[in-house]
Design a protein around this ligand. Structure first.
Ligand SMILES: [Zn+2]
Length: 324
């Protein structure tokens, strides 16, 4: 089974074990978090399409996880050695309400995300999730509860596009009805580094998305979700081998690009800085090029999973502009 650790091999495993005590001693800014109330959903309505941005929890990672500052080959040791934690970053799930039903981009956290003490998942992943990642989550943030609070009938959830299969993007999937079709990048199935196959509900085989299909905006391939083609899955590989995004045609020439973890911010796009955790660095760089091309191609709201600044721009109707 693949784990985060499979990347680094035995040498890095030894390094990791040597650093275990150190990692356990690191602290994230919990005091700042406790004073932060859970944000209300942000809703924007376009002709024939409503977008809810749901804040499903917080994640903190090592700075070297978020930003690659070393040679590609050293990215995993750099994460292990880094003693700097990022600020608490939001984990957004996007609910796209269309006349044909509702599609989700990821599911966000659940109670399971706070509990990696069980041995259901492989030991390598358990160590990483317990020591190299931090999560915060309140029960009311779970996606099914937020949708219910918005008056959404869960039976209207047509599908869930998993940008990738890290726990903060997948753990609430069991809370969604079995009628919701899961979409997973073909390169991410049956597993990728950090994916947790043991948490995937049995009997819910995904629709696998390949890098095929017609261009959509500046993206070279796409797979339609809605029959009118306004909602499309667009491969943005690299963070994981089969990492996906979703793009929506909002009308009036505008688009929204739900980018998952292909970038953590607009600045990473403009500077072409990939994340240290990127599983396939060359593909991750290519995806940043594609995102930049889309932003230059048409007025587009860039919406990564963990970027409050992008959501703030979306809330006030400011498309994500870049200077060529
Ligand atoms: Zn993430």
């Amino acid at each position: 089974m693949k784990t985060f650790l499979s990347l680094s091999g035995l040498a890095a495993l030894g390094l990791l074990l040597a650093l275990a005590a150190c990692a356990r001693g690191l602290k994230v800014p919990t005091a700042a978090l406790t004073s932060t109330p859970t944000p209300e959903p942000l809703t924007r309505t376009f002709p024939g399409l409503t977008v809810h941005a749901l804040h499903t929890g917080w994640v903190s990672v090592k700075e070297a996880h978020r930003t690659l500052g070393v040679a590609d080959a050293l990215r995993i040791p750099a994460i292990l050695l880094d003693q700097r934690w990022t600020e608490w970053m939001p984990v957004y799930v996007f609910a796209l309400v269309h006349a044909e039903g509702l599609w989700l981009v990821d599911t966000g956290l659940s109670e399971a995300t706070l509990d990696f003490t069980d041995s259901a998942c492989d030991p390598g992943n358990r160590f990483v999730y317990q020591n190299l990642l931090r999560f915060r989550f309140e029960p009311a943030q779970r996606v099914d509860r937020q949708l219910a609070a918005l008056g959404v009938d869960l039976s209207n959830v047509r599908g869930v596009v998993f940008t990738h299969r890290h726990a903060d993007h997948t753990d609430a999937f069991p809370q969604l009805p079995a009628s919701a079709t899961p979409y997973v990048g073909a390169g991410d199935w049956p597993a990728h580094d950090g994916a947790l196959p043991c948490r995937w509900p049995s009997g819910r085989a995904p629709t696998l998305v390949e890098n095929v299909g017609p261009a959509f905006g500046a993206l070279p391939h796409s797979t339609a979700l809605s029959s009118d083609g306004r909602l499309r899955v667009v491969p943005l590989n690299g963070h994981s081998p089969g990492h996906l995004g979703v793009m929506a045609d909002l009308g009036d020439g505008q688009f929204a690009l739900f980018a998952g973890d292909s970038t953590f911010s607009l600045e990473q796009v403009t500077s072409r800085t990939i994340a240290g955790i990127s599983e396939v660095p060359p593909d991750a760089r290519r995806s940043l090029d594609l995102i930049a091309a889309q932003l230059a191609h048409a007025p587009t709201f860039l919406l990564p999973s963990h970027d409050p600044a992008s959501l703030e721009r979306f809330g006030r109707g400011a498309v994500t502009a870049i200077t060529p």
